[in-house]
Design a protein. Structure first.
Length: 392
């Protein structure tokens, strides 16, 4: 038998997903009859609201089953532009919006059209695990800007400033953040804007997919809305997955300078082409409809987040920065546990608890837990986590 075909250097450079490894192991144990408690979910546990489903169903019957414009349904692009203008304070035209197959494709397209080999992408850590891999696929060099639980996972602007070089091309923001749940305050964003004005070559991608999922007392602000003079350098990534419980619909969007959006649309026309036509009509119903369903889901996450946070704060040796948004907590394990991947493997094998190792997010000392599960699952998971720590 001949050997397998040689892979490209890009494929060889991709790192295996630690989250997929944990998920595959959990599934294998379940198939063996093990009782598994999973706090690893990265998606809402709600069904998509009925009015959105009905809009997509109607669109199917109305003939939205053909190819559409690669950049997206014109009505949806216009609705998103109006939303960004009114809700986020970012004056946006429809030509500055691209509809993508989920937020991940928005990030991929942006990186591909902006970055050249050797460009530097600055990524604050902890970070969503796909940012470095997508940057590497564009040939860019990843520079991480670490933060610690002891500092509240706050972005250190002095450290960021020191990391910027002539090769620095793009800064990645994520607020509310995955995995920490941290929300950048208005004052933090104003201070960041001042720093960016001193580095005019640096562009910004702001991932705001969790903007509607906020803990009580916290508000979401968009950098491009607070600093209109930086708008031409800012690119907003968002979508429908988290706020409207539409992860499987694969509906995201990218907003920014029209020239970059045209380039990203051209790239998309040669890869996936348009996003599913009738799904976009569901997204149009979502963005034009009442936000009550979003608010109801966010309120449920708040109650469950409070339960998760309370349980973690009662554990000996745990250091927790209370999450301010999204639906995760990112506790730091006790000092004697220094390998998050091995801890998660053992927690799964021994206690039947599936959580995500902090190593996947650039922090070896933490684990990510989700509250996008039932209260009963959270309580069960906290008990298993306590045992896993005690038995380490």
């Amino acid at each position: 038998m001949p050997g397998s075909p040689a892979l490209s250097y890009r494929a060889k450079a991709l790192k295996p997903s630690l989250t997929l490894e944990i998920a595959a192991r959990a599934k294998a144990l379940q198939s063996e009859g093990r009782n598994i408690c999973s706090l690893s979910a990265g998606e809402p546990d709600f069904d998509t609201p009925d009015f959105i489903v009905e809009a997509a169903r109607t669109a199917l019957h109305d003939g939205y089953t053909r190819y559409g414009p690669a950049a997206g349904d014109p009505e949806l692009r216009a609705a998103i532009a109006a939303k960004l203008t009114s809700e986020n304070g970012i004056a946006t035209e429809p030509a500055e919006v691209l509809i993508t197959n989920g937020g991940k494709q928005a990030i991929y397209n942006l990186f591909q059209v902006l970055l050249n080999p050797g460009d530097q992408v600055l990524i604050p850590a902890p970070y969503w695990l796909s940012y470095p891999e997508i940057a590497a696929l564009a040939g860019a060099d990843v520079i991480t800007i670490p933060s610690a639980a002891s500092d509240g996972f706050q972005l250190d602007l002095d450290r960021l400033d020191a990391a910027i070089t002539s090769k620095s091309r793009l800064l990645v923001l994520n607020t509310p953040g995955n995995p920490t749940g941290r929300v950048m305050s208005k004052d933090e964003l104003f201070a960041l804007a001042d720093l960016l004005r001193r580095h005019p070559q640096l562009l910004v991608m702001s991932d705001e997919i969790y903007e509607y999922l906020l803990a009580k007392g916290h508000e979401h602000h968009s950098l491009a809305g607070l600093a209109p003079d930086l708008k031409e350098r800012c690119f907003t990534v968002n979508g429908f997955a988290k706020g409207w419980a539409m992860t499987g619909w694969r509906l995201g969007y990218l907003a920014g300078h029209a020239d970059v959006i045209r380039a990203a649309a051209a790239l998309q026309s040669q890869s996936t082409s348009n996003v599913c036509s009738f799904a976009q009509r569901g997204a149009l119903a979502a963005i034009q409809g009442s936000r009550q369903c979003v608010q109801d889901m966010a309120a449920s996450y708040n109650l469950r987040r409070d339960l998760l946070v309370s349980g973690l704060q009662d554990m000996d040796g745990i250091t927790l920065v209370p999450p301010q948004g999204a639906f995760y907590a990112f506790p730091q394990l006790p000092d004697h546990i220094t390998d998050s991947m091995e801890f998660c493997r053992r927690a799964l094998d021994v206690e039947g608890l599936a959580v995500v190792p902090g190593a996947a997010f650039g922090n070896e000392r933490c684990v990510r837990l989700s509250c996008a599960v039932s209260r009963e699952t959270i309580s069960d998971g906290l008990l298993r986590l306590t045992r896993a720590i005690q038995n380490w």
